[in-house]
Design a protein around this ligand. Sequence first.
Ligand SMILES: Cc1cc2nc3c(=O)[nH]c(=O)nc-3n(C[C@H](O)[C@H](O)[C@H](O)COP(=O)(O)OP(=O)(O)OC[C@H]3O[C@@H](n4cnc5c(N)ncnc54)[C@H](O)[C@@H]3O)c2cc1C
Length: 655
Amino acid sequence: MAEKWTNHKNEINLVNPANKRNIDVIVVGTGLAGGSAAATLAELGYNVKTFCYQDSPRRAHSIAAQGGINASKNYQGDGDSDYRLFHDTIKGGDYRAREANTYRLAEVSGNIIDQCVAQGVPFAREYGGYLDNRSFGGVLVSRTFYAKGQTGQQLLLGAYSAMNRQINRGKIQSFNRHEMLELVVVDGKARGIIARNLATGELERHAAHAVVIASGGYGNIFFLSTNAMGSNVTASWKIHKKGAYFANPCYTQIHPTCIPVSGDFQSKLTLMSESLRNDGRIWVPKKLEDAEAIRNGTKKPKDLSEEERDYYLERRYPSFGNLVPRDVASRAAKERCDAGFGVNRTGQAVFLDFASAIERYGKEQASIHGNYNPTKEEITKYGREVIKAKYGNLFQMYEKIVDQNPYETPMMIYPAVHYTMGGVWVDYNLESTIPGCYVIGEANFSDHGANRLGASALMQGLADGYFVLPYTIGDYLSKDIRTGTIPTDSKEFEEAERSVRETLEKLVNNKGKHSVDYYHKKLGHIMWEKCGMARNAKDLKEAMDEIRALREDFWKNVKVPGDMDGMNAELEKATRVADYLELGELFAKDALHRNESCGGHFRIEYQTEEGEALRDDENFMYVAAWEYTGDPRESVLHKEDLNYEYIEVQTRSYK
Ligand SMILES: Cc1cc2nc3c(=O)[nH]c(=O)nc-3n(C[C@H](O)[C@H](O)[C@H](O)COP(=O)(O)OP(=O)(O)OC[C@H]3O[C@@H](n4cnc5c(N)ncnc54)[C@H](O)[C@@H]3O)c2cc1C
């Protein structure tokens, strides 16, 4: 296993530098995965065209990543290694990820940090100058590199600088405010895309020898999620409908520490980074009457003594405590709230409390400052300074949104949809089932199995973009050195453009009665209630029928104001929601067929007496890769068996 990636690289074909100049590659998406891939491919000498729907690659959703990026550098000397990172990731994913990919991910993780430091990414440093680390859930070491609460932003600035160097050299042509709406397949190979210029409304044909999809995840299918408002499934779904299998669509990550839903008119949820669980302690009142008193405002959290609080994660999972993986922490919060212990007006919130950390750090700082008999006020002052240095921007964000000061009163948090582990199926080379169509970053079904550990998405996106795809795509492109420029006047391009135009025309001419958001909210409601944190067969069957009916209603009654010949934000949303309405049905079908609980997929019929996920390794240790046949309900299942040779499959326990 440890040799596999090196051997593979040694054996695959290369393209000589002179020939790379004759080869074009399209990269759809310029977040961390696409941005890093585009910069690296251009640096190698390929002609790259990038596409994103924002006005700049700098605005990709990756910019929102707060907490950090994992790497097995073992800077802390706490026993980390490639094997441990690999092991933690496979275990974290509940033994539903591919062994070889995950090992490779761990193996290249250290290179990512070196690459980003060389680009000038300002990772946090310790006093002595070494890069600092913190811990994330599901692991017993500190391996998460971070730049305050803005890790994604700083990494993206690094990738964007690398892209800009190539834009300047003319090796990258950057098409911002462009949305890919169709893949063009010629003689069975991906040879281009149809993109809509979102500023002018024009449909454009772009050809290349290979197409890389780096379009991010589809968490917004739930309407409310922590994802950027524009995040969508369209690029992945379009290639799925052209022949790329879609794997494990039901594997969704619900993040335990988000600001709770506040009302019906909300369009977005806000994450409070998992890094906060390094120092925050999660609790609810032990007694129902105290929970009720807090809900109706007659008691404040501070009125409850230590004995009256239930630090339920520390109680249930003594060895990992507040740092259990996200799926475990989310379910535990739901369990407490469902039992009536929720602490906000809606009963759907738990506390994340920094008082103990403030006191602990305050005492330490007092001692460092030579103050051996500090007052309570001095301890609090010192402690808050440490917390501010670590999480200041997150605390500020919380206060702005909730109007409560988290230095003084515990934060209120609740799980929310955050990440999708499912996505387009790819092989070890990151190629989909359409030759020449590669998928990287959150858009592929990835290396995380049924649950992603925190700080692993940035690692995977950048591993794919900087260190995996640039090698593997060469193997494919080596056969194309004599092909020459791909023409865009072929019947395949014509047909693809015609079908996009027809769909857009249908939407703007529909003149129905309901807005796009009306449908998106309804879909989100079905998804959250019936395909969310706890699923069961009856609900999932109902969800499939309800989503289908909603989709039919959408095409009859959706109203898209404006026309298609210029900028039209409603039209953009409509095409994305139309795709979600198809994916939703496949999502529910996938969740229904998987008669087990694993990671983020929790079927209430399959749980232990203690309420933990009950896997069925005998029958479900496989990747479910779905083939489109014209109707999401009729999709055909292909099973990729998962074989664990290097790791012992165990019951996942964090107790
Ligand atoms: C609030 C938040 C915090 C997070 N924090 C962390 C963290 O601390 N650590 C961690 O590891 N992970 C974190 N994650 C997850 C991580 O940020 C994402 O998984 C990752 O950034 C995805 O990168 P990507 O490049 O695959 O996709 P994205 O960054 O989503 O980029 C997608 C790109 O595709 C483009 N695009 C999409 N569709 C089309 C189309 N049809 N046509 C043209 N362009 C298109 C977009 O314009 C964009 O450029 C966080 C996620 C959220 C929501």
